[in-house]
Design a binder for this molecule. Structure first.
Ligand code: ZN
Length: 164
């Protein structure tokens, strides 16, 4: 038996195209294998997860998601300017290059360069899609029950994939 309707703890395969408010394509699975995820475990943004719940294989539909239900609001304090001298020697200062910041609890925070000045660099730790409305086109292409291991890990595994 395979599941027919997306419920929590099912493994879902989707094709998607994501566009921004300006209609430009940001990301798409076209020409690639479907994106596989485990429903109900936060593997996709909240607005998409709730839109997919209860849908069926073969369904094709648009989903519009607010920033709040997408990658969150843009937080101005997460954009910070540092003197170049604080970076490792030989660091490449180019817009969109990524660096890792270390947070108060030693957590690693990915950030990308948004501005390069003569003596300073601005790093933005917001998700690139923070503060943005998301426009998805979704097609559900596969559905199956999750394995016990997938449920334990909280994410979907590829065919025959297993890991600690
Ligand atoms: Zn796993």
């Amino acid at each position: 038996m395979t599941a027919q309707t997306i419920t929590n703890d099912t493994v879902v395969g989707i094709h998607y195209t994501l566009k921004g408010e300006d209609g430009e394509t940001i990301d798409s699975s076209a020409g690639q294998p479907p994106f596989i995820y485990l429903q109900g475990h936060g593997q996709v943004v909240p607005g998409l997860e709730s839109a997919l719940l209860g849908k069926n294989v073969g369904d094709k539909f648009p989903v519009e998601i607010s920033a709040e239900d997408g990658y969150g609001d843009y937080v101005a304090e997460m954009s910070m300017t540092f003197p170049k001298s604080q970076f490792p020697e030989g660091a490449a200062f180019e817009v969109d290059n990524e660096f890792e910041l270390v947070g108060e609890n030693n957590e690693v925070i990915p950030a990308r360069i948004t501005a390069v000045e003569a003596d300073s660099i601005t790093l933005d730790a917001n998700h690139p899609l923070a503060g943005k409305k998301l426009f998805f086109e979704i097609e559900i292409v596969s559905l199956r029950a999750a394995t016990a291991e997938e449920l334990e890990h909280g994410h979907a595994h590829g065919v025959g994939e297993s890991h600690d």
